[in-house]
Design a protein around this ligand. Sequence first.
Ligand SMILES: Nc1ncnc2c1ncn2[C@@H]1O[C@H](COP(=O)(O)OP(=O)(O)OP(=O)(O)O)[C@@H](O)[C@H]1O
Ligand SMILES: [Mg+2]
Length: 254
Amino acid sequence: MKTLVTTIQKGGQGKTFATCHLAFDFQERGLRVAVIDLDTQGNASWTLAEHDSGYQASRMFTANTDELRGWFTNKKDDGIALIAADASLANLDKMHLGKAAGALRVSIEVLSEFFDVCLIDTAPSLGVAMTAAVLAADYMLSPIEMEAYSLQGMKKMVAVISNLRKQNPKLKFLGMLPNKVDARKPRHVVNLAALQQAYPKLVVPFSVGARDSIAQALGEQIPVWKIKKTAARKASQEVRELADYVFNRMEILQ
Ligand SMILES: Nc1ncnc2c1ncn2[C@@H]1O[C@H](COP(=O)(O)OP(=O)(O)OP(=O)(O)O)[C@@H](O)[C@H]1O
Ligand SMILES: [Mg+2]
């Protein structure tokens, strides 16, 4: 099993959009997908509610391997098993980071007996949950809007990544994903060029536009390619390109 965390220390960039769409796409590829929602906002849990496994995300930090193994043994799902956000996630910030990361690693190891890929959605703050997820993951993806505040958030994120990679050398950064890009806004074009120039190797070679159908799909709890509107076509192509890219870079084996 390969584990991907979607993260950036700035809200509203598209972490949950990416997590949910990767889950939908990977499910269609026939992969068994676990999605862990570590954000108390519970946005991914809401969009993927139909796939709820009944196991709560905060339990991933208690390292109760028997309970976790028991829960998923012989459990049926439709290809996506949501480990939903719960209120106890808020207590994680009182937990020692090393312990939290260690427990999450152990839980992920157990999940690997049942799933091909594990996607972790995080909250926008650099708390214990997000840090532990970065320490336990194999891959990381960071969606980012082409706005000044977002670019500043990314600067901080790059420093954090290089620090955390010392503690998790296996972590591969799949890149910054320019998201909600509006090519008609000169500001977006300029900021995208600046981002590519500042981090030539860290920006993915495509972007996702600001597409209303993406927000609509997340609200309707379906992937954007199931939205029956001509306007959703371009969005679907872009999201499929993202999924292909992540799938290939993660070298997921079934
Ligand atoms: N490419 C896009 N085009 C249009 N709307 C988008 C796009 N990507 C995301 N959105 C919308 O923007 C909002 C923020 O996206 P999302 O929730 O995925 O960000 P996030 O990084 O998970 O935010 P948070 O940090 O609060 O968890 C949502 O309402 C979502 O529907
Ligand atoms: Mg989110």
